[in-house]
Design a protein around this ligand. Structure first.
Ligand code: GLN
Length: 484
């Protein structure tokens, strides 16, 4: 059962092979059995089963929607009404939101069943899931390795088949990078495609919600539920939502694939490059043409991001002061002292570091030198993509420079940690959609191929990914310890 895709589970549910309650119970048992990977922060079986009972009722009355009864795990960054929402931070460790994020509400309204909330890097800051207040998530392929971050809990849950699907958020790569390191399909839609309402903000101009699934087809099904304009999010876009499954299967003859020369440079592990090259041959066989392209400002993406993201974070995180949400220090002398102690005790070191960097970059004397400069670079990086898309339909390359690394290997070397996102950050800076799909193994660890599309070209990149998955079986591999 656990190897089944959403698509298959839907067919089974509707044919009455099993009920949504049975399905939910099955996954709850797996979550219980495989707790060692630490993928979940909160599980509430009663709540899950009550949603499943509702789904079964709807199916019986023939009042169901396409994904009614399908279980899903939500990243703990999405506010869930009545259910703990911690962002994996001590400062929100007791926070129970009075409302649902739009993404959560859409899943609920479509009859999906919430399996629980998944572990993540604290406030989504990280690439290895090691900054979580609840301890690191382990990579199911090898539990001494990181699963990637920050949506590492959702990614690990999906590849270990503890959930058929998960939600995630991607500010600089946090859906695509863990998808690559865990060997699943991770989609970050165009900025504005999925509402950010109720998603705890890290860097508002970069954050975007998306999906973690086994296949591109499942990602399309889930995006059908999540996408759409939301008047509660002023950056959500009023663009009609196509049926993302409609395009699936179209042939790729004549597709122009741009390969940025900067993505195949010395920073790339040669074994990862080898796996990517093999995957590109699959597309050539399908009739696509490979074109070398130039993204001249690529090397500026990481520095640009590490000014903009912390700046926005320092402002967004000012709301956590012990007054309105979550944790408050126990001992303090006066109001100022309460703020200081609450924040000193409530935030972990990486979050504090980002707040310090951001506050510095936004301060009067340095704003022009850092923040404004970074915004100008962001424009140039976006222009590089606009020019590239005049010559190609999609852009491909590795999602990450290396496969998963050992837990603890990069916690002392921040630059090495930050460089994990060297190929993913550009899509956030420019707002473009990107997907990572499994495309081989190196040292028994999965490798991800990234496909970036033009604005709102989700249907196209999903089909490109789907066609690849019709030709290959990397996405069907399950880590040994989780096969039964
Ligand atoms: N790894 C990047 C960071 O730490 C991106 C995180 C994300 O996409 N949320 O900021």
């Amino acid at each position: 059962m656990h190897t089944k895709t959403i698509k298959r589970l839907c067919a089974d549910l509707n044919a009455g092979e099993y009920s949504s309650v049975e399905l939910a119970q099955y996954y709850l048992d797996r979550i219980q059995r495989y707790q060692s990977i630490n993928a979940f922060v909160t599980v509430d079986p009663e709540f899950t089963l009550s949603q499943a009972r509702e789904a079964d009722k709807a199916i019986r009355k023939d009042k169901h929607k396409p994904l009614t009864g399908i279980p899903i795990a939500h990243k703990d960054i999405f506010c869930t009404k009545g259910m703990l929402t911690t962002c994996s931070s001590k400062i929100l460790s007791n926070f129970v939101p009075p409302y649902d994020a739009t993404a959560i509400k859409k899943c609920k309204d479509s009859g999906m069943v919430c399996l629980g909330k998944t572990n993540m890097d604290e406030f989504a800051m990280g690439s290895s899931n090691e900054t979580s207040y609840y301890g690191p998530v382990k990579n199911p392929w090898n539990e001494t390795m990181v699963p990637g971050g920050s949506s590492g809990g959702s990614a690990a849950a999906v590849v270990a088949r503890l959930a058929p699907a998960g939600t995630g958020t991607d500010t600089g790569g946090s859906i695509r990078q863990p998808a690559a390191l865990c060997g699943i399909t991770g989609l970050k839609p165009t900025y504005g495609r999925v509402s950010r309402y109720g998603m705890i903000a890290f860097a508002s101009s970069l954050d975007q919600a998306g999906t973690l699934t086994q296949t591109a087809e499942d990602a399309a099904l889930l995006l059908n539920v999540l996408a759409g304009f939301d008047p509660r999010d002023s950056t959500s876009v009023e663009e009609s939502v196509p049926d993302y499954t409609e395009n699936l299967g179209k042939d790729l003859a004549g597709l122009r694939i741009g390969l940025p020369k900067q993505y195949f440079d010395e920073g790339l592990d040669p074994a990862v490059e080898q796996a990517i090259q093999e995957s590109l041959k699959v597309f050539e066989r399908l009739g696509a043409a490979l074109i070398e392209i130039d993204l001249p400002n690529s090397e500026l993406c990481v520095p640009c991001y590490y000014v903009i993201a912390p700046s926005e974070a320092s402002s967004n995180l000012s709301r956590f002061d012990g007054v309105r949400y979550g944790y408050r220090a126990e001992d303090y002398e006066d109001l100022d002292d309460m703020f200081m102690r609450t924040r000193s005790e409530g935030f972990g070191p990486e979050v504090k570091r980002r707040i310090m960097i951001g506050t510095y970059a936004l301060s009067a004397g340095y704003y022009d030198a850092y923040y404004l400069k970074a915004q100008k670079l962001r424009r140039l990086i976006t222009q590089d993509f606009e020019q590239a898309f005049e010559r190609c339909d999609v852009i491909m390359g590795p999602t990450t420079p290396t496969p998963a690394f050992e837990l603890g290997a990069k916690t002392e070397d921040l630059i090495a940690m930050y460089l994990n996102d060297i190929y993913t950050i550009s899509a956030n800076l420019s707002g473009l959609p990107g997907i990572s799909i499994p495309s081989g193994f190196v040292n028994r660890l999965p490798v991800g191929l990234q496909i970036i599309g033009s604005y709102f070209a989700e249907a196209l990149i999903l089909n490109v990914a789907h066609r690849f998955q019709m030709e290959t079986d990397w996405h069907q591999k399950v880590p040994e310890g989780f096969a039964v």
